[in-house]
Design a protein around this ligand. Structure first.
Ligand code: PAF
Length: 280
C-alpha cells in the first residue's frame, strides 16, 4: 500500500484532495475501530482523508489530554493499510488561529447537556467546534464517525443538518474485542485486572438486549444487575429512542452506558428493540 500524503496546512490539504472526498476525523491512537471507518468510506470516495488532531478544546482541565496516547508513526502505517490517501495533521495554530479561547464556538444545544454533556460539560462544544472547522478545511462530501460515541455522532449529524454544512454524516459500527469490550483509544489506560472487568460493560448491554422484550425497565434492570455484580456503578445507564429522546414501547431504541473502571471512563451503547408493554 502506498504511504498516505501528510498535509499539515490547509494549502497542502487542498492540493492533495480531488473528486468525492470522505473524511474520517480522529484524535490519533488509531485502532481497528478507526480502520473499519476508513475501510467503510474507501469505496465511496475518490480521496479518503483521515484527520489526526488531538483537540485540546474538548478536554476540561484535569481530564486526560496530557495522558492521551500519541502514536503518530504507527497511525500513519495503519492509515496506509486502510487505503487512506491523505492524513491531515494540523497544528493547534492551524486549527485555532484565534487561540484556544477564540470567540466563535458551536453550541451543542440541549442534547449536548444530557448524558455525556452532564459529566463532561465542555466536551461537545469542543467536539462540534473542531468538527465544523475540519468540515470547512477538508470540504468533505461524506464524513464518518463511530457509533461507539453515539451521542457525539447524533450531535454531529444534527449540526451538519441544522447548519446546512452540506456533508453527509455516516455512522460506523462499533468494533469489539473478542470479549465484547468496545474498542477505544482509552482502553490503553486499563490495568490488567481492570481490562478483564471492563468487558462486563458490554456484557451488561447484551443482558439488556436479551431482556428488552419485557420492556425498558426490564432491559435496564438486567443490564444494571450485571454491572452491580461486578461492582460497577455507572455514571448513567439509559434507554432512549434512536435520537436520544424518550424511548417508546414496541419501537427501536438505544441503550447507552458510561462507567468508570478504575480511573478510566468507558462508554458503550447498543441498539435494542423494546417489547410492546413498556414494562415487565
Ligand atoms: O471521536 C473523536 O475522536 C473526536 O471527538 C473527534 C470527532 C475526532 C473530534 O475531535
Amino acid at each position: 500500500m502506498p504511504e498516505p500524503l501528510i498535509a499539515r496546512t490547509p494549502e497542502e490539504l487542498r492540493a492533495a484532495t480531488s473528486g468525492t472526498v470522505a473524511l474520517v476525523p480522529t484524535m490519533g491512537a488509531l485502532h481497528a475501530g478507526h480502520l473499519s471507518l476508513m475501510e467503510h468510506v474507501r469505496p465511496l470516495a475518490d480521496t479518503v482523508v483521515t484527520s489526526i488532531f488531538l483537540n485540546p478544546t474538548q478536554f476540561a482541565p484535569g481530564e486526560d489530554f496530557d495522558e492521551y496516547p500519541r502514536t503518530f508513526d504507527a497511525d500513519v502505517q495503519k492509515c496506509a493499510t486502510a487505503g487512506v490517501d491523505v492524513i491531515f495533521a494540523p497544528t493547534v495554530d492551524v486549527m485555532y488561529p484565534a487561540g484556544l479561547d477564540g470567540t466563535v464556538r458551536v453550541d451543542p444545544g440541549p442534547l449536548g447537556r444530557i448524558l455525556e454533556g452532564e459529566h463532561r460539560p465542555v466536551m461537545f462544544r469542543g467536539v462540534l467546534t473542531v468538527v465544523a472547522k475540519l468540515f470547512g478545511l477538508v470540504r468533505p462530501d461524506i464524513a464518518i464517525f463511530g457509533e461507539k460515541d453515539y451521542q457525539q455522532l447524533t450531535l454531529i449529524r444534527l449540526m451538519a443538518e441544522e447548519l446546512c454544512l452540506g456533508v453527509e454524516v455516516l455512522g460506523g459500527d462499533t468494533v469489539r474485542e473478542e470479549d465484547g469490550l468496545a474498542m477505544s483509544s482509552r482502553n490503553a489506560y486499563l490495568a490488567r485486572e481492570e481490562r478483564a472487568l471492563a468487558a462486563s460493560i458490554a456484557a451488561a448491554l447484551r443482558a439488556g438486549i436479551d431482556a428488552a422484550a419485557g420492556g425498558e425497565a426490564a432491559a435496564l434492570d438486567a443490564a444494571r444487575a450485571v454491572l452491580t455484580g461486578h461492582g460497577i456503578e455507572p455514571d448513567y445507564l439509559v434507554v432512549t429512542d434512536p435520537d436520544l429522546g424518550e424511548a417508546r414501547p414496541g419501537e427501536a431504541a438505544r441503550m447507552l452506558v458510561a462507567a468508570r473502571v478504575g480511573s478510566t471512563r468507558l462508554l458503550d451503547n447498543v441498539a435494542v428493540r423494546l417489547g410492546g408493554s413498556g414494562t415487565v
